[in-house]
Design a protein around this ligand. Structure first.
Ligand code: PLP
Length: 355
């Protein structure tokens, strides 16, 4: 069997959830598990995240999958419904649901609910993505609160909470608190960056995503600096070692030239597994726990590494691309992206194995 796999660390998920609780001890927790739990596999996170109060997903399909896996607590659809016919299933499964626009509000007004439904009124406090603009919040509120069987809550989302130097988050909080001051309902603002850096944003419900998976939301930090543990270790093995000569060009395009006679290791993982093709020469990977640099272009199924510092490395040795010993933030930086993207892009070819 191909040795490439993503190890999912159950204890890391449990630990990271406890770190959330530690930072926001008075808030309930909506664990964000959209996009197949940020690539970790929802079937693997349901048990480790049992202590969360609710799960947050992007669509009905993800929510139903969680019910099938036995999650019987709250599930929140953070973009609400995409079409009127989803409402019956939402109430049938007891899901909670965001309402972020006039079109959704009108669909609700034209639907007779069979059962009580908790609606999260989403306020656009400055991100310009989802939510009612401040001047429309009161009328949306009135529209929703006049509906029978609807129980209301309010939420907003930060555009830039990982930038501590900017005033944006402070302004968004202020806007949100002013708008909701008279509503007297439960509220939610904080993503991971809000939980870690903006305690005033914790409110009734916090919504951690990336930190649950052990990754820092801040560009200049890794999860370890917040006492978080990587929940995924992406690993493979050396499947060949080339005894290259000075001047040999490695891989597609021959971009990387051996400066001297040296061993070049071939690892069974590539962009077809979700390893970023744009990872630059020098991106660290771990061979037997030791950092060595990526050299040459990443292929679909393989990549090549400089083994000069690991003369004893042999075919079959373990290679870690990120996770234990190498935070995903590091290869993400070398690939010009963020760890959120690396984690969610691990492809279905890579088996997830929970330990
Ligand atoms: C994904 C998401 C979060 C979690 O964000 P992180 O930065 O991963 O913590 C919180 N709230 C909403 C609405 C989201 O879509």
């Amino acid at each position: 069997m191909r040795p490439t796999k993503a190890i999912i660390h159950r204890d890391a998920l449990e630990h990271n959830l406890a770190v959330v609780k530690h930072h926001a001890p008075n808030s309930s927790i909506i664990a964000m598990v959209k996009a197949d739990a940020y690539g970790h596999g929802i079937e693997h996170i349901v048990t480790p995240l049992q202590a969360a109060d609710a799960l947050g997903v992007a669509c009905l399909e993800e929510a139903i999958a969680l019910r099938r896996l036995g999650w019987d607590k709250t599930i929140i659809l953070i973009e609400g419904f995409f079409a009127a016919d989803e409402l019956a299933q939402i109430t049938q499964h007891n899901f909670e649901c965001v309402v972020h626009c006039q079109e959704q509000l009108e669909i609700l007004q034209n639907t007779r609910l069979e059962k009580p439904l908790t609606i999260w009124l989403k306020i656009n406090s400055g991100m310009q993505r989802l939510g009612f603009r401040p001047e429309l919040v009161t009328s949306a509120w009135q529209g929703l609160s006049s509906l029978p069987l609807v129980n209301l809550r309010c939420m907003t989302h930060f555009a830039d909470a990982s930038d501590l130097a900017k005033a944006t988050t402070q302004q968004q909080m202020q806007q949100f608190f002013i708008l909701t001051a008279d509503f007297n309902v439960e509220t939610s603002l904080a993503n991971s960056a809000g939980i870690l850096a903006w305690p005033q944003s914790h409110a009734h419900w916090v919504r951690p995503g990336i930190m649950l998976y052990g990754v820092s939301p801040f560009a200049d930090k890794t999860g370890l600096e917040h006492d978080l543990k990587p929940a995924m270790t992406l690993q493979s093995e050396l499947i060949a070692i080339q005894a290259c000569q000075a001047g040999d060009a490695v891989g597609y395009g021959g971009d990387w030239i051996c400066p001297e006679a040296m061993p070049v290791g071939v690892v069974a993982i590539g962009y077809g597994d979700g390893y970023p093709r744009h990872a630059a020469n020098g991106t660290p990977v771990l061979v037997n726990g030791k950092q060595v640099p990526l050299v040459g272009r990443v292929s679909m199924d393989m990549l090549t590494i400089d083994l000069r510092s690991q003369a004893n490395a042999k075919v079959g040795d373990r290679v870690v691309l990120w996770g234990e010993g190498l935070p995903a933030e590091i290869p993400a930086q070398h690939a010009g992206t963020i760890a959120y993207e690396l984690l969610t892009q691990v492809t279905p070819r890579v088996p997830r194995k929970i330990i």
